[in-house]
Design a binder for this molecule. Sequence first.
Ligand code: B1M
Length: 232
Amino acid sequence: MADDEDIILSELDDEELTLQMHDDLYDGLKEEIEEGVNILLGRGWQPYDVLTKALVEGMRIVGIDFRDGILFVPEVLLAANAMKGGMAILKPLLAETGAPRMGKMVIGTVKGDIHDIGKNLVTMMMEGAGFEVKDLGINNPVENYLDTLQSEEYDILGMSALLTTTMPYMKVVIDTMVEKGMRDDYVVMVGGAPLNEEFARAIGADAYCRDAAVAVETAKSFMAKKHNRLTA
Ligand code: B1M
């Protein structure tokens, strides 16, 4: 292909378009990403496939070059902005499943951490699966989580951390819940790229969620157990 200006997205086949979207995400081209999302949806793609194959995969590639010092914060911010443009189109579609009300969740990125794309994705998918989600945004100290949990009846606390320096803060939140005698009232689910099962167990969380789909399945199974307990 010649230079980017000659590319007409709608003329590309699905595979070419997906690869082009990875490039456009890398280059932070929000309008092109939005156009690509709309084209794939128009071709009958499921919103979840557009999300994972075009957007999340594109961001994975950005992450590799960020790690390797090829991309820097300003470029990654543009990529994140483009990703959010695409996610905004998918959000109502993912929430449109008409699923019955499943439970209530509070979610937020922990103190010191401003990464929110993964958390937003989890929020979208949870809402799509019928959960009511209170999203506390980024950089949350322990009080934000606890005050919100106590303000209404919630079932699940979700925390997100993308940095090895911020993930230990999840333990601060869980330990404070234990101190206040409220730990057993909630299911605590944690996620974020640097976490794993072992870490989740070590800090006293109920579950580690590798991705948004796992978060939904995990939350559903906890809610099913809770309902069975209550009706037994
Ligand atoms: Co940041 N960053 N970043 N960054 N950034 C990472 C995380 C990093 C791995 C990049 C790298 O080096 N390869 C690295 C961390 C290294 C480490 O800690 N070991 C890093 C760094 C170092 C930094 C800065 C320190 C850079 C600097 O300033 N020098 C800085 C820190 C700022 C801060 O938070 N205090 C920083 C800043 C930024 C930007 C602002 C530029 C931007 C964030 C924009 C935004 O979020 N609005 C950014 C980005 C975009 C990334 C990468 C490239 C992509 C993250 C992302 O959005 N992924 C990232 C590289 C990477 O992760 N490989 C990187 C896509 C998203 C869909 O995946 O977030 O993993 P993810 O979410 C998944 C799952 O993890 C899971 O489900 C999601 C969906 O499937 N999940 C949950 C996530 N949260 C969950 C919560 C749950 C359940 C599941 O609750 C129940």
